[in-house]
Design a binder for this molecule. Structure first.
Ligand code: PMP
Ligand code: GLN
Length: 412
């Protein structure tokens, strides 16, 4: 193994997708819906296959993003953050949000740079920072009030955060709504983070792939929209999450031209251009969504309304099992404290260092229900903070959730 990959060999998705294939359990692991929530986007894709009408839609398109799509994205986010966004210089279309994370980190971070990562974090942030030559510095969200069942009680200690900032700090990666916790950062929290970034001249990489999935009175705040933050923020989104089409692997980033230029160069030497038909279909669908934004006809409105019911169903099932859910304010994952079942779980067959890995594997083998061990979303020194939890995905059809309910309620 090449030196630069030493220590980065393991990947939670590779391991648990493999386990799923072997055990064929009820799969509440990797995040994706097991049904089709967004038919009309797929119909848009079918239209691109009218070869006579659209012969060129099956050839290369513009490298930084298909014109119809970047214009729609600039229009959408321009309205949302209340500023003009130049579709040609301030937007980039990538292979999934992963592609944007890759370009943002590779092109802005180098040897000697420190990057602050908030735990729990989407697992690829850490290896990307290390591969870029940077040093990750970690800070954990901690439940302020352990009896509060909501992700809102997981807080960032601002004094501790301040202590991580220094002259070497290049960037902070923020993920709101957060995967795996479901925490939706408040405007005040994001303002406090932003103020530190302004004071120490640090850029923000804001992973907002779950931007449309925010429940109840919570509001998704785009950090780029806060005073003085546009110039130092790269915001990342995903078609996989926006339209529940994870297999499309189309994502994007937007931000000021001086930062996006770096991402453009990374991208033009990597994949160069993303698939044209998918971008055309997504652009067409976004044009429609822009017109019906904030109305009950909006796909985003329907998706979040539907998902809230699925979340509530899962909360009830988890409570019936005796385990304790951390009710997410956003996203489609739930952290669940499995400690109340400790006496019923025989983890002795499993050899993993972390108890959550042992529990998830035992659970999948014994009860045929697969989750994800959340210590995968923590740095080595902090993995113990997640050992009492597993992550469940509730973006599943009702029938799947009912099967999960059957398994969970018989655990007590
Ligand atoms: N960021 C977060 C927080 C995610 O949960 C995901 C899910 N895969 C991604 C980025 C990557 O998204 P994509 O599938 O569009 O690459
Ligand atoms: N974002 C998804 C999840 O958290 C899938 C990640 C992946 O497949 N790499 O489950």
């Amino acid at each position: 193994l090449d030196n630069k990959y030493q220590g980065l060999e393991n990947n939670v998705w590779v391991e648990f997708i493999d386990l799923n294939a072997k055990l064929q359990p009820l799969n509440l692991g990797q995040g994706f819906p097991d049904f089709m929530p967004a038919e009309s986007v797929v119909r848009e894709l079918a239209k691109t296959c009218d070869i006579e009408a659209n012969p060129l839609l099956h050839q290369y398109t513009r490298g930084y993003g298909h014109p119809r799509l970047v214009k729609a994205l600039a229009n959408l986010y321009g309205n949302l953050i209340n500023r003009g966004i130049n579709p040609m210089t301030e937007v980039l279309v990538t292979g999934g949000a992963y592609g944007s994370l890759f370009c943002a980190i590779m092109s802005n971070v180098g040897p000697g740079d420190e990057v602050i990562i908030i735990e729990p974090y989407f697992d690829c942030y850490e290896p990307l920072v290390r591969l870029a030559g940077g040093t990750p510095r970690f800070i954990s969200l901690k439940p302020e009030n352990p009896t509060d069942a909501s992700s809102a009680s997981w807080a960032l200690n601002m004094e501790e955060l301040r202590s991580l900032f220094n002259v070497k700090t290049k960037a902070i990666i923020v993920n709101t709504p957060n995967n795996p916790l479901g925490k939706v950062f408040t405007r005040q929290e994001l303002t406090d983070i932003g103020d530190l970034c302004k004071e120490f001249n640090v850029i923000v990489i804001s992973d907002e792939v779950y931007e449309w999935l925010v429940y109840e009175d919570n509001v998704h705040t785009r950090i780029a929209s806060l005073d003085g933050m546009w110039d130092r923020t790269i915001t990342i989104g995903s078609a996989g999450k926006t339209f529940s089409l994870t297999g499309w692997k189309l994502g994007w980033s937007y931000g000021p031209a001086h930062l996006m230029r770096n991402l453009h160069i990374a991208h033009q030497n990597c994949v160069y251009a993303c698939p044209t038909p998918l971008q055309e279909a997504l652009g067409a669908q976004l044009e429609k969504e822009i017109k019906r934004l904030n109305t009950p006809d909006s796909f985003f409105y329907k998706m979040v309304t539907d998902l809230k019911e699925r979340r509530d169903l899962m909360v009830r099932s988890v409570r019936d099992s005796g385990m304790i859910p951390v009710v997410p304010e956003g996203g489609y994952f739930m952290m669940v404290n499995w400690k109340p079942l400790e006496n019923k779980a025989d983890l002795s067959e499993e050899t993993d260092a972390q108890a959550d890995y042992r529990f998830v594997k035992w659970f999948a083998k014994t009860h045929k229900l697969l989750g994800i061990p959340p210590s995968a979303f923590y740095s080595n020194d902090h993995k113990h903070l997640a050992e009492d939890y597993l992550r469940l995905c509730f973006y599943k059809k009702t029938e799947t959730l009912q099967k999960a309910d059957e398994i969970l309620k018989h655990l007590k």
